[in-house]
Design a protein around this ligand. Structure first.
Ligand SMILES: [Fe+2]
Length: 182
């Protein structure tokens, strides 16, 4: 029997209810590797005929964890950003993603003075899964037609995040979308 999206969601629910911590995140990362070995799942949610966009596959009402498929049209490199207090786990389905982590040396920055230093870089090929821990500044770079599955600790639209501009050395806060703004 192959490991399905439903199996994955049920299992990460059980994990995160008791271990919403580093050990639990590593277990979720490993389960996503297992899910990506299911070719039927990959074709169903990340196949070449899928419409470009971000598709929500599941949201756990108890733990808050969200599972998304990212179906990319044109490749790009995201600006460095964080996810506030949420972690994020990225599992590659098609093509690849270059994952980078950054450190912001000076937290008493003013605009025009925000300098980031890259601390880590690795590449995810299909079937591989990476993890960004809470608060980690990161960026991703991927080619045309890349597809990946992302699991976040909470719905990122509901929390404040920071986005950095390397060229202008600035940072801005992306505010949570409140329900009444939707
Ligand atoms: Fe991110």
């Amino acid at each position: 029997m192959s490991y399905t999206l439903q199996d994955f969601c049920a299992e990460i629910h059980k994990i995160l209810v008791v271990e919403n911590n580093e050990d639990g995140r590593e277990k979720v990362r490993q389960r996503l590797e297992k899910l990506l070995t299911n070719e039927t799942f990959v074709e169903q949610f990340c196949g070449s005929d899928k419409p470009v966009g971000v598709h929500k596959l599941n949201e756990d009402p108890t733990t808050g964890a969200v599972v998304l498929s990212h179906v990319v049209g044109a490749g790009t490199m995201s600006p460095p950003h964080d996810h506030g207090e949420s972690w994020a786990i990225y599992g590659q389905a098609k093509e690849y993603t270059v994952m980078r982590e950054w450190d912001c040396a000076d937290h008493n920055y003013g605009d025009g003075n925000v300098t980031l230093k890259q601390t880590r870089e690795y590449r995810l090929d299909p079937g591989q899964v990476g993890l960004f821990n809470p608060g980690v500044i990161h960026s991703i770079e991927y080619p045309d037609a890349a597809r990946f599955v992302r699991v976040t600790g909470v719905d990122l639209d509901r929390i404040d995040r920071k986005a950095y501009n390397l060229k202008h050395k600035t940072v801005r806060t992306i505010r949570a979308e409140s329900a009444d703004q939707a």
